[in-house]
Write a protein that binds this ligand. Structure first.
Ligand code: FMN
Length: 119
């Protein structure tokens, strides 16, 4: 399914595509596996909503362990249909050697990181 949408996006002449997954809504929080900075994230909501949002975020913690890159297999599937459009892979990248290997093998063009830069 994601490959189909990636083809459509390429036809729209996008500049690049980042492979992420899921959403922060719903029962699972698989977009950010492992730990998330709950208190900091809650600060971005209106004070009147913070207690409810905190309970919600905390209920999602621990559902998905962070064991390494988790969107790399999807990125590998999408890479061939993107042609010259740069592909980014995000999610769980922490090991420089793994990142270099993924880029040198052509599985992805770029590695994105979120929480390592927050830290
Ligand atoms: C505080 C925080 C805010 C985020 N906000 C967004 C967002 O607005 N849109 C989005 O697509 N992903 C968002 N993400 C998900 C990240 O872009 C990324 O996919 C995820 O954290 C996995 O990458 P990482 O293991 O390098 O942190 C957010 C993640 C964190 C921790």
């Amino acid at each position: 399914m994601a490959v189909k949408y990636a083809k459509w996006l390429k036809a729209l002449l996008i500049d690049g595509l980042e492979i992420s997954c899921g959403t922060s809504m719903g029962a699972t929080f698989n977009m950010c596996r492992g730990g998330i900075p709950v208190d900091e994230m809650v600060q971005s909501f209106a004070p009147s909503r913070q207690a409810k949002i905190k309970t919600y975020f905390e209920s999602m913690l621990g559902k998905f362990e962070l064991t390494g890159p988790y969107n790399d297999e999807t990125a590998k599937l999408i890479r061939p249909v993107m042609g010259a459009v740069p592909l980014f892979s995000v999610g769980g990248w922490r090991d420089l050697r793994q990142m270099e290997e993924a880029v040198s093998k052509g599985d992805t063009d770029f590695i994105s990181m979120c929480r390592p830069f927050i830290r």
